[in-house]
Design a protein around this ligand. Sequence first.
Ligand code: CDP
Ligand code: CDP
Length: 222
Amino acid sequence: NSDCPVIAIDGPTASGKGTVAALVAANLGYQYLDSGAIYRVLAVAVAKLGLNPEIPANLLQIIAMAANLPVQFQADQVLLGGEDVSDAIRTEVAGVMASRLAVVPEVRNGLLQRQRDFRQMPGLVADGRDMGSVVFPDSVLKVFLTASAQVRAERRVKQIEARGQKADFQIIYNDLVARDKRDSERAVAPLKPCDDALVLDCSNMPIDQVVATIQNWARERI
Ligand code: CDP
Ligand code: CDP
């Protein structure tokens, strides 16, 4: 399926990747891969079993789980072994556990094929940290979408409040900076723009403008 065009959108947490990637995919009639959701589903599965990735025997079990994760994406639902975990994967706790698991190379390898399976005609928009660098290095367009930590934390707070939950800016901000650091400093697939990525700082851009910019770039290349 190397003829199938991929648009890779990578970047730090709360930069808007997910929102923008889903809109671009819908507008182009492409498949959409939220790769972070796969890491988050593994995190929920790990938490359910009470496993600790710092304990070597537990880590072996987690690595085995990664390669055979019973995850399904169905319309708006994410299922783990048939159970709806759509809400459970969106908690900050799941995000933090996901980023702890994501530093393990064997975990990343285990999840690789599952992500590549999303590449189907007429095309794919994939968002994450390493879509352009590792998972789909032959992407026709690689975007590194970013925004300042301040703006990203503000957006995350709004997003949580819109769900009717309470959010503390300082806690969200600190967690976001810590997750950026862990994602950027890890040895495998660190968070950074690849050489052939177009960097888009959307700190001061509304969503529709980000979507239009990416679609213009895509039109030039596909
Ligand atoms: O939505 P947010 O950007 O906060 O996170 P996410 O994309 O759902 O990903 C959760 C965690 O999974 C990230 O902090 C990364 O550590 C990890 N991840 C990754 O390592 N590689 C990916 N392609 C996607 C996510
Ligand atoms: O997937 P990622 O963690 O990168 O971010 P997201 O969940 O798609 O976006 C975080 C929040 O920022 C969402 O509520 C978006 O609607 C919002 N956003 C925005 O207000 N302006 C942008 N240019 C991009 C995202």
